[in-house]
Design a protein around this ligand. Sequence first.
Ligand SMILES: [Zn+2]
Ligand SMILES: [Zn+2]
Length: 307
Amino acid sequence: MCLTFLGTGSGTPTRTRNTAATIYARPDRSEFWLFDCGEATQHQMLRHGINMNKVSRVFITHMHGDHTFGLPGFISSRAFRTPGDPLTIYGPPGIAEFVSVTLNTSASHIRYPLEVVELDHAGEVPLGRDDTVTVRYTTLDHGVQSYAYRITEADQPGELQVDKLIDHGVQPGPCYGQLKRGEDITLDNGTVLRSADFVGPPQSGPDIVLFGDTRFVPGHADFAAGADLMVHEATYGPEYPDKAQKYFHSTTTQAAELARQAGVKKLVLTHFSARYDTDEKLAELLAGAQAIFPHTVLAADGATIGL
Ligand SMILES: [Zn+2]
Ligand SMILES: [Zn+2]
């Protein structure tokens, strides 16, 4: 599982940062899910090797343009490339009208099944056929309806203890797969090998939380509690808590404090104001955040972070 950041700026694009978009990739990269779709997200996909055909779901955190204005272009271009592959878009109330008005008034013909699902205040996203992942969401504090999404992958089977099998005289073969799948096997000499004796404990699936734009609210730590990875907006540096409060955003140090309270394993900061435009300024932001939560990194356009 990995995240690729396609847009890490806030409000408007800059020469180095596009507006918000993040790709969540399944381990085999067979499917991509897109979180937010700022303007020119489709260009960023081309630039950073994301196959648009494989984007099957889009999750919008909120309706502000720096998170949505790339949707009509993405949806339309995808129609040229993937006649047939369905796309589902989830988002707050208003997302269905936004998609329908932009597509209808531009006479766009979408030749694949397109579904738009408006979410309520909080709950579980209805994913339908996909039972390997759950996505929960909650409402933040951004002046408009804004969500955080928490993606939890199902537990993975434990590791097969190959050395132990070889000690028992069992050479690699189809029986390894049977044991790994939880099936007991009987050897030619009649010995029964129990799967539970040769497979380690299940490994918990990765768990990541992506925040939409929001003010710092200590209660949000509950939603992110114990996550492997937390992605949080950091529009401002610590010198602007008043601006953050006034414009419904967070500072770098507030995000770090939330990560500390939530007990996550790693924090990725994103959605930086254009004023932080040099390596020196960014290093200062990072140092301030790491003083509160050491396992902090800054997102950059094109960067991939894996688990
Ligand atoms: Zn934003
Ligand atoms: Zn916003």
